[in-house]
Ligand binder design. Structure first.
Ligand code: TA6
Length: 292
């Protein structure tokens, strides 16, 4: 069995419902947003807030937000018309470019290009495409093409929200010895080196630099390990908002921090990407699960 249904969800948002012998997945045209990935016999690997908005112009809180063409707060001097963190592309509808299904694997390609609206915010011509392959693993490849006549620089991320049974019993392996920047406001030690696995006892918001390896979420409560492989990325972000930041986000339940964790595949900081006219750059991630 291998099917792709193009439908609308309860909010009237257009979504691709993918189902094959390996897994089920949901991909919204809004933001080119993968919202769910459930390998057969497994609970969803991706987390979605019960408070998430599903409306044009608003980001979906969960799944895999595509942060592009900037990560974090916009540079107000360079982009005076930019209003949102993590870019503008997660707020617009993408187009379906291609759908292919073969045995127990399904691939959809979504794309979005510059428009008068995007040009007023980010004054460059581009084509962005996202290839999503749903099989026993979930593979994403985000490709930026500079279709204009001047070079541009992007920072970007696949801001993946993972579902975990209990953050207090969750650790992340793979970053031992890797430098990180602690971006939690008020931190006393912004520059540190990771020692051993990452555990979570407070708000955690870290940019790991010079790291191209695999990360593993040890989701002890769900007796599973979620592996995050990266392609063409040497920065990762690990984030859990914890108590105060969760309460401050209107689209995030006060206690939801206990069941989620972001491990994000990035090109940020010095790992930004300069794209010449006619040039391309790609960022990839492959997510898989092993049950204990
Ligand atoms: O990737 C971590 C982070 O930058 C956090 O600082 C927090 O702001 C999170 O992203 C969510 O950002 P958003 O704009 O989606 O609310």
């Amino acid at each position: 069995m291998n099917s792709v249904k193009f439908t609308e969800d309860a909010h009237g948002m257009r979504v691709l419902k993918i189902s094959n012998n390996s897994a089920d997945a949901l991909v919204y045209l809004h933001g080119g947003h993968v919202a769910s990935f459930k390998p057969k016999g497994s609970a969803d690997l991706l987390w979605m807030s019960k408070m998430s908005m599903f409306e044009n112009g608003k980001p979906i809180r969960g799944g895999i937000p595509i942060c592009w063409p900037w990560f974090g707060a916009p540079d107000k001097a360079a982009l005076p018309n930019a209003r949102t963190s993590h870019g503008l592309i997660r707020l617009v509808d993408w187009d379906i470019e291609e759908v292919s299904a073969c045995g127990s694997s399904t691939q959809v390609v979504l794309s979005v290009s510059d428009s008068p609206e995007t040009i007023t915010i980010w004054p460059f011509k581009f084509k962005l495409s996202l290839s999503v392959t749903v099989s026993d693993a979930l593979s994403l490849l985000l490709t930026t093409e500079n279709t204009g006549s001047v070079p541009f620089t992007v920072t970007q991320a696949m801001h993946t929200y993972f579902d975990v049974g209990d953050i207090a019993r969750t650790t992340v392996s793979g970053f031992d010895g890797v430098p990180f920047i602690d971006t939690v406001p008020g931190t006393k030690k912004p520059h540190q080196i990771q020692s051993g696995d990452i555990a979570f006892t407070e708000e955690t918001d870290r940019i790991y630099t010079g790291f191209s390896g695999d990360a593993v979420i040890n989701d002890t409560a769900n007796r599973r390990k979620i592996k995050i492989h990266k392609e063409n990325s040497s920065t990762s972000v690990v984030w859990n908002p914890w108590i105060n930041k969760s309460a401050a986000m209107p689209d995030f339940g006060d206690d939801e921090y206990k069941g989620m964790l972001c491990v994000e595949t990035c090109n940020i900081q010095e790992d930004c990407r300069n794209v010449a006219p006619g040039g391309k750059t790609s960022l990839g991630t492959i997510i898989s699960v092993e049950h204990e």
